[in-house]
Design a protein around this ligand. Structure first.
Ligand code: FE2
Ligand code: FE2
Length: 252
C-alpha cells in the first residue's frame, strides 16, 4: 500500500493522553517504567501500547476520566512487557477491541488476545487504521517495532514505543512512506546510556529531517531530555503520565 498521498487526513483537533510513563506530569498519577498513550478525536479511539501493569494503566485512565469502554483499537509497538502487559486487564474490561499486532509477536501473546475474544489484526506493512491514522508496519532492526502515524493538517504525528530500530531509522522509514513533514515525534527514543555527541548527532538528523516538535518519553533518558530541550526550546514537550497533548486542527 502506498500512502505518499494519503486520501484520509485528520481534520479535527486530536487529544493524546499519556497513560503510562516513568515520569509523572501530575502528582496524583502513578508512574512506572513503560509507555502507553490514548488518541482521541478520530473515528476510532486508539490506545498505543499498554504499559507493564494493567492495574496502573486502568488506574491512570480512571484518574483522567477515561474508560476502557472508550477504546476501539490497540496498537502494540513491540513485545516487551513494559508495552504489552497492561493489555490483558484492558481486555477484561472491554474485549470489543481490534488489537493491531506485528506478525512477529509470539504465538502465546496472540493466543492470549484471541482467548479474550478481541479481534487480532496482523501487521506487516503500512496499513490504514481509520481516517488519518496508520501503522508504519514492521520496522526492521535488532528489535523490530511498529510505530503509529497520525496524518494531521499540521504534518505527521509519529508515536514510538521504544524506537529500538533507532529513532533516525524510524523517522526515515516514515518519511519514505508519506509525502508530508513530521510535525511531532514523541514516545520512547531509547537513548539512555548514549554519549552526548551521539545524541547531538541524532538531534541534528531530526532537524535535517524537518521534525518540528519533539516529545521524548519513557526510555529516552534524562540526558536526551536535556539535550532535546536545549535544542528545541518551546518545541520540546516535557512528557509525563497524566499529560494531555492537543494537536490543533490547523496551525494557529
Ligand atoms: Fe520500553
Ligand atoms: Fe522496548
Amino acid at each position: 500500500m502506498s500512502v505518499k498521498k494519503p486520501k484520509t487526513q485528520i481534520t479535527k483537533s486530536i487529544k493524546i493522553s499519556i497513560l503510562y510513563d516513568n515520569r509523572a506530569f501530575r502528582k496524583d498519577m502513578s508512574k512506572d517504567w513503560g509507555f502507553s498513550c490514548l488518541i482521541q478525536g478520530l473515528s476510532k479511539t486508539i490506545l498505543f501500547d499498554t504499559g507493564a501493569s494493567g492495574k496502573i494503566l486502568l488506574g491512570n485512565m480512571e484518574k483522567l476520566g477515561l474508560s476502557p469502554r472508550q477504546v476501539d483499537a490497540v496498537l502494540i509497538s513491540h513485545e516487551h512487557k513494559d508495552h504489552t502487559h497492561g493489555l490483558e486487564a484492558l481486555l477484561d474490561e472491554n474485549s470489543n477491541i481490534e488489537v493491531w499486532l506485528p506478525d512477529f509477536f509470539s504465538q502465546a501473546y496472540k493466543d492470549s488476545i484471541c482467548a479474550k475474544g478481541a479481534e487480532l489484526v496482523s501487521v506487516n506493512k503500512v496499513q490504514n487504521i481509520c481516517e488519518g491514522a496508520y501503522t508504519t508496519g514492521n520496522i526492521a532492526g535488532w528489535i523490530k517495532e511498529q510505530s503509529l502515524v497520525l496524518h494531521t493538517p499540521n504534518g505527521l504525528v509519529l508515536i514510538t514505543g521504544c524506537a529500538h530500530p533507532r529513532l533516525v531509522k524510524v523517522i526515515d522509514h516514515v518519511l519514505a512512506l508519506f509525502d508530508s513533514q513530521i510535525y511531532l515525534v514523541m514516545g520512547g527514543f531509547h537513548l539512555a546510556g548514549f554519549e552526548k555527541e551521539e545524541i547531538q548527532t541524532i538531534i541534528m538528523r531530526c532537524r535535517q529531517a524537518g521534525v518540528q516538535r519533539v516529545g521524548p518519553a519513557h526510555c529516552s533518558g534524562e540526558q536526551a531530555h536535556t539535550l532535546f530541550r536545549n535544542a528545541y526550546g518551546s518545541d520540546y514537550l516535557n512528557i509525563g503520565v497524566g499529560q494531555e497533548i492537543i494537536i490543533p486542527s490547523k496551525e494557529s
